[in-house]
Write a protein that binds this ligand. Structure first.
Ligand SMILES: [Zn+2]
Length: 223
């Protein structure tokens, strides 16, 4: 979560350093993912940092030279907008990045990817999309203490800890995207978790209650 309401985000995410150590190892060239025997999963459209107008990060992204072993689902705890447009998804991505860089003092967005309430997917921390498409490395994130070098973090825009429903478009894109990530990195559907499984937080609210449903839907797509 990246709520703007006070200290929660700091409480939740303190200790998560940004990118203090500059990586000198270049990104591994994109190669075909092993797939690990999963069925083909359609690659969803993910808008890159350049497409949504991200600021450059402070420092060089840290490339983890191994695959992530799980996905962690978050909610932003931002207001539940009814603007489901691509423009809003882009603005939301910029708002999160500003919050993480200017308020939290991080090098870049903390999460790897963002899923808008309209179901538009955007890259979060720069380099995350290339790493995903390569399927062999990940960018070190700043979204969940203790998991940032082994878990892909997805921020789902909205506040879901007070019972608000998740828009169908957002849910559908989350299912599709998780399946694609699982296929690219060889992550089993059982390894989709919520932020509060690891840190003291309400995040991701009602999305946590739906994790069994999410795992089942992803497993169905993976075959
Ligand atoms: Zn979270």
């Amino acid at each position: 979560m990246n709520d703007k309401s006070g200290a929660t985000r700091r409480t939740v995410l303190t200790g998560v350093t940004g990118l203090a150590a500059a990586a000198t190892i270049p990104l591994v060239a994109a190669t075909a993912s092993a797939g690990d025997g999963f069925s083909a999963v359609d690659q969803p459209r993910v808008y890159s940092c350049d497409e949504w107008g991200a600021r450059p990060p402070n420092g060089t992204p840290v490339i983890v030279q191994s695959r992530p072993n799980k996905i962690i689902v978050h909610h932003t705890a931002f207001p539940n907008t009814t603007d489901y447009s691509l423009d809003y998804a882009f603005q939301n991505s910029r708002d999160i990045q500003d919050l993480h860089m200017d308020d939290n003092g991080w090098s870049d967005s903390g999460q790897h990817f963002t899923n808008s309430r309209g179901g538009f997917l955007t890259e979060g921390r720069r380099g995350s999309l290339d790493a995903l498409l390569g399927g062999t490395t990940m960018i070190q994130g700043a979204h969940c203490v203790g998991q940032n070098s082994q878990a892909i973090g997805i921020e789902n825009d909205g506040s879901y800890h007070l019972g608000a429903p998740v828009p169908a478009a957002q849910w559908d894109s989350l299912v599709q995207f998780c399946a694609f990530i699982c296929r690219q990195y060889g992550v089993p559907a059982e390894e989709i978790h919520g932020h509060k499984d690891f840190n003291s937080t309400l995040c991701p609210g009602g999305l946590w209650d739906r994790l069994p449903e999410l795992r089942a839907a992803v497993a169905g797509l993976l075959g």
